[in-house]
Design a protein around this ligand. Structure first.
Ligand SMILES: Cc1ncc(CN)c(N)n1
Length: 225
């Protein structure tokens, strides 16, 4: 998965071989590929924008739960990275509001569609103290990585991404965001290396569930399913 070689092979990289198909369905989805091709339906982009704004609001609470587990269950050296991620969501919410204005999306009128509600419910389940930090940080890593990989593809060589969408793609497709995802991956791999087998199994299940939910989220954006 890591073309730049920034992360040593660990548990998360080992999952890529058996789950490559699902990973590609999530990161090369027709919706994001249509952004790269310049054929994206503006109505679908507007739908994604409104739905993702709602998702990110729920993601703040999810990240707060990851941070809490980090404080309780790790030695504290990961705290700054997670705290940085949480702080940057404030910026992200402002970005969504500005972008919504640009695309004439009235965020006050958006209500969550089925796939978004399902994803948000999954995020909410992490407030359970029984879910370990290893599972939560792995989940956090793959959620961010799907966006990083999807949007980086939209700005890679040969793209025909419309200029008005480049800002969106750069938000998650930038080298800085990739480095951030790699930091999360290193933390996840370190936690998984120390975790009991049942926690590693749960983390892999959560990884797959995220891929499924991300595919559902892109499908929903494309076709309002
Ligand atoms: C659905 C979804 N997945 C991931 C991200 C990246 N934080 C997002 N904004 N939205």
């Amino acid at each position: 998965m890591d073309g730049g070689g920034g992360v040593e092979a660990g548990t998360t990289a080992a999952w890529m071989a058996p789950h490559r198909g699902m990973y590609e369905r999530a990161t090369r989805h027709p919706f994001t590929v249509s952004i790269r091709d310049g054929t994206v339906d503006p109505a679908a982009f507007r739908r994604w924008l409104g739905q993702d704004y709602m998702f990110v609001k729920e993601f703040v609470a999810f990240l707060a739960s990851v941070l809490l587990k980090c404080c309780r269950q790790s030695d504290g050296s990961d705290m700054e990275i997670i705290l940085g991620g949480l702080a940057s969501l404030s910026d992200e919410l402002s970005w969504f509001k500005k972008e919504a204005e640009k695309w004439s999306v009235n965020l006050a009128e958006v209500s969550p569609l089925k796939s978004n509600t399902e994803y948000c419910r999954f995020l909410q389940s992490f407030s359970e103290p029984e879910i370990s930090y290893a599972v939560a940080i792995t989940t956090f890593w793959i959620i961010e990585t799907v966006y990083q990989d999807s949007f980086a593809f939209c700005i890679e060589e040969g793209n025909k991404t419309p200029p008005e969408l480049l800002g969106t793609c750069q938000r998650w497709g930038s080298p800085e965001f990739k480095q951030y995802c790699q930091s999360l991956q290193r933390i996840a791999d370190r936690c998984l290396a120390d975790a009991p087998a049942d926690a590693v199994k749960s983390a892999e299940e959560a990884f797959l569930r995220v891929l499924e939910l991300e595919i559902g989220f892109w499908d929903m954006s494309s076709s309002q399913s």
